[in-house]
Design a protein around this ligand. Structure first.
Ligand SMILES: C[S@@+](CC[C@H](N)C(=O)[O-])C[C@H]1O[C@@H](n2cnc3c(N)ncnc32)[C@H](O)[C@@H]1O
Length: 179
């Protein structure tokens, strides 16, 4: 367990930081067949909740128990049954050939690329969006290890069929399907 990461994120969430629903999810979620969905690094759960409202059976993982508590409470208020999991994604084993949809927003962990591809069912869809190197022009103190190189999502997910790829200044977005 990466205690430093958990503490850092817990502190941020305890001070009121909240994640948000991403427009890229609204744009592309419908490309996946309705079924099981996984959100990695789900924060306070807005994207997982959206998917559950659309009828997906959702697993959602984050290292921050503070964020997951917020997410669980929100889901409960909305009467949604979402499997929120507190876990360190450096150690969490993803189920194989299981998900119709996997989504990752603003969390870069390159070692997860192969497990993510394996976790998708054939025909399953991946939506991955996070910051690229241009983010340093906006936040000079951002750790460059967590920023994508140009075209990197295309290389990390070369085993998927590309449905959509864009780099909009500091954000790169990949949408692909497992053949
Ligand atoms: C920038 S936030 C993004 C949250 C959400 N995906 C969004 O885009 O709104 C990064 C998230 O990654 C989580 N995180 C960081 N390291 C992690 C790890 N090793 N395992 C699981 N989650 C982690 C943090 O707790 C935080 O919720």
């Amino acid at each position: 367990m990466s205690l430093a990461d958990r503490e850092r994120w817990n502190l941020k969430y305890s001070k009121g930081y909240r994640t948000s629903l991403h427009k890229t999810l609204l744009e592309f979620y419908h490309l996946a067949s309705l079924g099981r969905a996984l959100e990695l690094a789900c924060g306070t759960g807005e994207n997982a909740i959206f998917l559950a409202q659309k009828g997906f059976q959702v697993d959602a993982v984050d290292i921050s128990d503070v964020a997951i508590d917020v997410a669980r409470n929100k889901a409960r208020e909305l009467n949604l049954n979402i499997n929120f999991i507190v876990a360190d994604l450096d150690e969490y084993p993803l189920k194989e050939e299981y998900y119709h949809l996997v989504v990752v927003f603003y969390y870069l962990n390159r070692t997860l690329a192969a497990p993510i591809v394996r976790s998708l069912k054939r025909g399953g869809v991946l939506i991955y969006e996070t910051y690229n190197r241009n983010h340093l022009h906006i936040r000079g103190d951002f750790n460059p290890d967590y920023l994508l190189e140009e075209g990197e999502l295309l290389r990390l997910f070369k085993d998927l069929q590309v449905i959509h790829y864009r780099e909009e200044f500091n954000v790169s977005t990949f949408v692909g399907r497992k053949p």
